[in-house]
Design a protein around this ligand. Structure first.
Ligand SMILES: CC(=O)N[C@H]1[C@@H](OP(=O)(O)O)O[C@H](CO)[C@@H](O)[C@@H]1O
Length: 507
């Protein structure tokens, strides 16, 4: 453990000695905690971090003035589309994806270090229950999709296979996430195949470049953004772990999308068959101001321009077909080869530019009194996971259907978008569609037939409550055997037990 003298000398070099200004009044416990927090901050890096934050803050707010002129939509040859391709092509993508999964070459990697501030919960978002009849959390849905995709790939190729699950957490989420998984017996996954690791934290900084003390004995720290992934992969030797397991392809995704298809065989297969080193799933943006990044090109290089960094005028531009010119919405589902991740962590990470978020950061004043600021007083610097796209040799994007694959949980109820209510509806609407497609019909509590709408309205509950366990169906497949020609009274909870009941007796 570093001594106070060493830490103080480092802080002096970084111009941040004020972080120890309450040292004399601290008891031994808080002193040790503060030292433990400060010791890992490398002086030069801390100095640079604070300098950059202040410099970024001195720039005028909003996107760089020349950005619009440097943007172009992604060229069509880089884009694959589920809805615009024929069934045979889709089948080939899927087949290839399943083949790679069966060969144990595919892993999933969850970005789960965020604090869920907008959702307003004090625990990791993955532990959230959106109010499904089954009461499942986001983590459970994801775990079950992994189990199902392993099973499907295994059955097709007559083998057993594993999709390891890497989970990037932060100081805020590691403890509760690890505890939650233990409590739930890892949702019946082998714990050896669930690898949790922690991203780094960075101090929040004042507009004049001083790291902020949240308490007399604690620096205000925040995770270094989902682009902290690349440092974290190196810090915890994750790529070596992947290599040992023979993993070649990694599906990286963020925690909040209730419809996420983990290790999606179609996406993996598309990227592999295209020889891509890096790929992104996109959906058509719903409206110009939708808070999703856009996948496009900047100076001819594939990139994501984040929603916070595009001007409203650019976001509203239309293409000749009437759609949004920058309509390829990033849904934070990325494909990387292990080789690409290796190259990025070794060579490119330091080139990633942090993005600036101006926030209200609680702090102590000169006298040590706690202050809850009413207006923004600090800067948090974050790297973005997609900022490595610029280093790809062969970048591709893969367009999927929003109603099948994207409904993120960002806001608390009663927000009218991206809330527990809208995500729950999206999932139940999808399952109702799957059930109808498989030949089921539904009656209400009084026995009256319920409408069979091919796609129920976005803002309303589907006519019947139908929840299908991912352990029974990953993407709507294989349901006919349980549902074809059958009538159900809402609600129908099709879990493994119910599936056994509905299955015709073996002939
Ligand atoms: C840095 C980053 O990954 N931002 C992503 C991410 O946004 P958040 O607002 O950070 O959750 O998820 C969005 C999709 O839900 C995606 O559109 C956006 O580009």
């Amino acid at each position: 453990m570093a001594s106070e003298r060493e830490v103080r000398a480092g802080l002096q070099r970084a111009g941040q000695e004020h972080l120890l200004r309450f040292w004399a009044e601290l008891a031994p416990g808080p002193r040790a905690a503060l030292l433990a927090e400060l010791a890992p901050l490398e002086p030069e890096a801390l100095r640079e971090h604070c300098r950059r934050a202040a410099a970024a803050c001195a720039l005028p707010p909003g996107p760089p003035p020349d950005l619009a002129a440097r943007l172009q939509p992604l060229p069509p040859e880089r884009l694959g589309s589920v809805s615009r391709s024929d069934p045979e092509t889709r089948r080939r993508w899927e087949e290839e994806g399943f083949r790679q999964i069966a060969l144990n070459k595919v892993a999933v990697l969850l970005l789960a270090g965020g604090q869920g501030t907008r959702l307003g919960v004090a625990y990791p978002k993955g532990m959230y229950r959106v109010g499904l009849p089954s009461g499942k959390t986001l983590y459970q849905l994801q775990a079950e999709r992994i189990r199902r995709v392993e099973q499907l790939a295994g059955e097709r190729r007559g083998t057993r296979c594993t999709v390891p699950w890497y989970i990037m957490t932060s100081e805020f989420t590691l403890g509760p996430t690890a505890e939650f998984f233990k409590e739930h017996d890892f949702f019946h996954l082998d714990p050896a195949n669930v690898v949790m690791f922690e991203q780094r934290m960075l101090p929040a900084v004042t507009f004049d470049g001083k790291a902020i003390l949240e308490r007399k004995d604690k620096v205000a720290m925040a995770p270094d953004g989902n682009g902290g992934l690349y440092c974290a992969l190196a810090d915890h030797h994750i790529l070596e772990d992947m290599e040992r397991r023979g993993v070649e392809f990694v599906h990286v995704y963020c925690v909040d999308n209730i419809l996420v298809r983990l290790a999606d065989p179609a996406f993996i297969g598309f990227c592999v068959l295209r020889g891509a080193d890096c790929g992104a799933k996109v959906v058509e943006k719903a409206y110009p101001e939708e808070p999703v990044g856009v996948v496009c090109q900047v100076d001819g290089v594939p990139q994501v321009v984040e929603y916070s960094e595009i001007s409203p005028e650019t976001a509203r531009l239309r293409a000749s077909d009437g759609g949004l010119l920058y309509g390829a919405g990033n849904i934070c589902n990325h494909f990387f080869t292990r080789g690409f991740l290796q190259m990025v962590t070794r060579e490119c990470e330091p080139l990633l530019k942090p993005h600036v978020a101006v926030k209200k950061v609680p702090h102590v004043d000169e006298e040590g009194n706690l202050v809850k600021p009413l207006k923004p007083n600090g800067i948090k610097m974050e790297k973005f996971v997609f900022d490595v796209f610029q280093f790809a040799k062969n970048f591709v994007a893969f367009e999927v259907l929003r109603e099948e694959e994207f409904s993120p949980l960002k806001n608390a109820d009663p927000a009218d978008r991206d809330s527990p209510c809208t995500t729950r509806r999206a999932l139940l609407a999808q399952h109702y569609r799957w059930a109808l497609q498989a030949g089921a019909r539904f009656r209400d509590a009084h026995g009256a037939w319920l409408p069979e709408l091919p796609s129920p309205p976005l803002h309303g509950d589907p006519p019947a409550v139908c929840e299908i366990s991912p352990l029974v169906s990953y993407a709507g497949e294989g349901l006919e055997v349980y549902l074809q020609g059958k009538e159900f009274q809402s609600p129908l909870i099709l879990d493994e037990d119910q599936a056994r009941v509905l299955q015709p007796p073996e002939s």
